[in-house]
Each structure stands twice: as C-alpha cells, then as structure tokens.
Design a binder for this molecule. Structure first.
Ligand code: PLP
Length: 386
C-alpha cells in the first residue's frame, strides 16, 4: 500500500516492473559481491593479462611519479598540456602512427571516434556504409547511435570471415566504407584477419578501424598489440589501457589527416575533462616497462600455449581469451556454479553483451598464472562435465 511519506513510491513501482521483466528472462544484473581471494578460490575474470597490477617493481615506479592527478577542464578550454602531448608522441612511436589522442576511457574513445567518423561525409550520412563486426563492443554500437548513423547504413558481418567481408565490399562498391573490427574479440577470443582486411580497404581507399582493447600490451616488442601502423593512411586503432596495460584511459592512433577530424568532431573529447596527466604518464611508463621487460610478454605466450595444448573442453579462442559457449543462460549459469564449487570464478556473459543465443563463460588467461595453478585449472575444465 502507498506510504504517504514515500514520494518516490510511484517511481519505485515502475522500476520494479521493469526489473521484474529482466529477472523473468534471467537477465537481471547485480554487482558481483567482492570475490574472496584465497588459496583455493581463483578469479578468471581479470583482463590484467600481463599481471602488471601485481608487479611490485612497476607499481613502485608508478607510485613515485610526481605528476598532477587532475587536469581540471577539457583540453580544448585550458590550452594543451605539454606533458600530455609528449605522452601522445611516445604512444605514436609505440603504434608507429602519425598521431595519438588520449581519452579518459576506451568507451569514450569509441564514442568520440564514431562521432568523428560520421563527419567524413559528402552531404549526408547515407553515402557512408558502416561495415561493423557483429560482436563489436557496445561502445561502438552506442557510438554509432550517438552519431546519428542510420540503421540502414550499418552492415553487421563476421569480420573473422574474410570472404563475407569481401562480398559485402563488392556489393557496396560505390559507397565510402568504414570497416570496424577488433584484433582479438573480447567475447569470442577470435582474431580478425587484419592484414587481409587492410588490403581490402586499400582497393578503394576505405577506412579500417581496429579496437585493440584485448591485444594492446600483449603482443609486439613495444607492446604495440597486433596492429602496428607503419604510418598507414587508412588505418585507425583504438587502444584501451584498462586491460593488459592495467591502468585506465585509451588512445586513438592514426594518420595525421584524421587528427583534425577528432579535434573538431569528437564530442566526447571536446566536452569532457582531459585525461589525468598522472594516468597518461603512467601509461607511457608502463609501455616503457613492457619494452624493457620482455619476460611479461613471454610468460603470457607460454601460459596461453600451455593451456591450449592441454585443455579438451569445447571453447573458442586460441589466445588469452577463452569463451565457452552454452545453449542458454541457465546452462551457462549452472556451469558457472560448478566451476565455483571447484574454486574458479568465471564471469557469465549474456544478452545484451552477446546475442541472445550465445551466452557463455569467459576466461582470461594471464602471464602471472603459475604451472600449478594452470594444471589445476586444466584438470577442473577437463574433468568437470560442463
Ligand atoms: C573491445 C573493447 N573496446 C572498448 C572497451 C572500453 O574500454 P574502457 O574499459 O577503457 O572503457 C572495452 C572494455 O571492456 C572493450 O572490451
């Protein structure tokens, strides 16, 4: 019954109705309770692929950086900060690109990138075809919406299937095309065939955009990821630093002609406080650390090989992301409980993060997993009939 003193009663009722619909579909979200770390309980959720958040010598260097934490305004208002620009030059060296721009998060970077891309048009957005992987991160999907890209201009494809992409390029030969993919897909662990996709774009001067969230820091001598530009004029990358780089923020790298497009049309850059100078310097320092301490990259590649050579479960992914698919969310949830009982906590992935018929469990392998840990993980996966 309505409490006269509860002014929010009607609102709460509406919200309860909405949430009940999600609950009925097993789609309700809760912030997971803090995972209790112990000798016998292990989380497989962290994307700290190189284990850098636990690397004491690096953490000590970062905590001694004498740099301001806050920026205090948009970079467009306060005038630019030399420190930030210098970090961006260093990041361009990492990616072999002509420019890099730092954003406070990868989500914001993708929103701003779509806003910029949607402005490379003749007179209307309609002359551009957006060929976007069907598993692309939500920030790109939200970015296209925020940029007014019409659904009719968006073609969802599996970019890991080159023939499918080539076919659609032929069908749309007259339009200006933007092809968007991830180098390693967050929710399948698959790699996109970047070199072939880039060659396809070169045929007609179309753009390739690659989100390197799950490969930046993990590959290449400089930790550059799977895509190093070599100053390519048609290639743009988004490089979120919250995963292997183990910090926060992201940088977009690309050819110089695109720099002014971001500066003039990326509303998430223009109308947002600049990234913390401290965080920016920490990102640069971490890339230097990765370059000078190649053992982190080697450990991750050793762990990955060890796991794939021994695990017999049906899953996707050949790198450090392993995705175990299920027919429905309830089955995935049961498997999650079984693994929890064996001491492993695995995130349950479901709609709308993935399509409704592709729920699954996602496992991140990390370079700091030792052999004993891996043997136990592989034993549980092989024995536990999930
Ligand atoms: C592929 C991809 N792009 C972008 C992002 C967003 O990055 P951030 O966490 O820095 O906002 C993520 C994060 O989950 C991601 O997986």
């Amino acid at each position: 019954m309505q409490q006269p003193t509860d002014l929010s009663f009607k609102l709460k009722q509406r919200v309860a109705k909405k949430l009940a619909v999600l609950d009925a579909k097993s789609l309700i979200r809760e912030l997971p309770s803090e995972f209790v770390k112990s000798e016998t309980q292990h989380s497989l959720a962290s994307n700290d692929y190189l284990g850098l958040s636990q690397c004491k010598p690096l953490q000590k260097i970062l905590s001694n950086l004498d740099i301001p934490y806050g920026f205090g305004s948009s970079r467009m208002l306060a005038g630019d900060d030399k420190g930030l620009s210098q970090v961006e030059i260093a990041l361009s060296h990492v990616k072999q690109s002509e420019f890099s721009f730092l954003f406070p998060t990868g989500y914001q970077a993708n929103i701003g990138l779509c806003q910029a891309l949607s402005n490379i048009k003749e007179s209307s957005l309609k002359d551009t075809a957006w060929i976007v992987d069907q598993k692309m991160h939500m920030s790109v999907r939200d970015g296209m919406m925020a940029s007014g890209v019409s659904k009719k201009s968006i073609y969802r494809v599996d970019t890991c299937d080159f023939e499918q992409v080539e076919k659609i390029f032929e069908e749309l030969s007259s339009s200006h095309k933007i092809l968007m993919t991830e180098s390693i897909f967050s929710m399948s662990g698959k790699r996109a065939p970047i070199d072939s996709l880039l060659k396809l774009c070169e045929r007609n001067g179309d753009l390739l955009v690659v989100d390197e969230a799950h490969s930046i820091g993990c590959f290449g001598k400089r930790g550059e990821g799977l895509v190093s530009h070599d100053y390519h004029p048609l290639l743009i990358t988004v490089n979120p630093c919250g995963k292997a780089v183990s910090l926060q923020g992201a940088f977009v790298s690309g050819p110089s002609w695109f720099r002014d497009v971001i500066l003039n049309y990326s509303r998430s850059f223009i109308y947002s406080t600049g990234i913390s100078p401290f965080m920016a310097k920490a990102i640069e320092t971490t890339f230097e650390w990765i370059k000078e301490n190649q053992s982190h990259l080697k450990s991750l590649s050793d762990v990955t090989r060890y796991f794939h050579d021994r695990c017999n479960l049906h899953y996707f992914g050949k790198d450090h992301i392993v995705y175990i698919p299920f027919q429905n969310t309830d089955l995935a949830s049961q498997a999650k409980d079984k693994l929890r009982a064996c001491g492993f906590e695995t995130p349950l992935i479901r709609f709308p993060t993935v399509s409704i018929n592709e729920p699954g469990l996602r496992v991140s392998l990390r370079g700091d997993m030792n052999q004993e840990f891996l043997d136990e993980l592989i034993r549980v996966f092989n024995d536990c009939k999930i």
